[in-house]
Design a binder for this molecule. Structure first.
Ligand SMILES: [Zn+2]
Length: 254
């Protein structure tokens, strides 16, 4: 939508410029170029993308894809499908964190994983400059665009319910900081439990958001803009992280 508005503005400026001479054309072109942010151009060696749907590795990881609903800071859906993907090593590490958490009585809830670049651009445009610590600059791309960042929380294994943390997901306030000292003792304990589970398996928490974790290999994957519907499905034999080293007569994984 933003693109088409820019395009209309550009057409209007062009028409105006052609009526009033060459100098105005140059000004109009400059204005249009400034307004259009493009995907970062990245050179060098990258690993090929291998985005994996997280719940296919472990269906007991819960999804709460707020961006596929109106329950997010934009106030309307920005994803057409409630799905979550990560690059394979990150997805496998997330499954390990989830399985470790199960020994503590909790499981992972995923709010977001891989995010197409155009959505990062939309978030940036809709966020006021004083809140931009909480969104990624589209000129650089987000680690979500590389398929190496996950927004997660915990659910209680006994009730199946999402736990209460010191802030809401996507809350743009100091309560979202992973070192925020307020909230209840139990909220802080759960936030710290989530963080220790993720750090145990090579994720790092973002300093402004207790729910956002970056996987260690993120530099090895490009920013991309592939919509969920165009992510290639995996061959069945590759769907379990432990299938390749399991003996051939082993029972199916639960
Ligand atoms: Zn995030």
């Amino acid at each position: 939508m933003q693109q088409s508005r820019l395009w209309i503005a550009w057409l209007a400026l062009s028409a105006l410029a052609s009526m009033s001479g060459g100098g105005a054309t140059a000004v109009a072109q400059e204005a249009a170029q400034e307004a259009v942010v493009t995907m970062p151009v990245e050179t060098g060696a990258f690993r090929p993308s291998e985005l994996i749907e997280i719940t296919r590795l472990d269906p007991s990881i819960k999804l709460d894809i707020r961006y596929a609903t109106a329950n997010n800071f934009v106030g309307r859906p920005v994803y057409a499908e409630a799905r979550a993907f990560l690059q394979r090593p990150a997805a496998e590490a997330l499954v390990k964190a989830h399985r470790w958490l199960k020994t503590q009585g909790y499981g992972l809830v995923v709010f977001d994983g891989y995010r197409p670049w155009r959505v990062t651009k939309l978030f940036w445009e809709l966020t006021s400059p004083d809140k931009r610590d909480y969104v990624a600059d589209p000129a650089k791309g987000s680690l979500h665009n590389r398929g190496c960042a996950a927004d997660v929380s915990l659910y209680d294994l006994k009730t199946g319910e999402l736990v209460t943390m010191p802030s809401e997901y996507d809350e743009m306030s100091e309560r979202a900081h992973p070192d925020y000292a307020g909230g209840t003792e139990d909220q802080r304990r759960l936030r710290d439990l989530l963080r220790s589970a993720m750090e145990r398996f090579d994720f790092k928490v973002y300093r402004y958001e207790w729910w956002h974790f970056d996987y260690k290999d993120w530099r090895q994957y490009r920013v991309q803009d592939t919509p969920f519907s165009e992510i290639p499905p995996l061959p069945v034999s590759n769907e379990s992280p432990s299938s390749s080293d399991a003996p051939s007569d082993a029972p199916p994984q639960p």
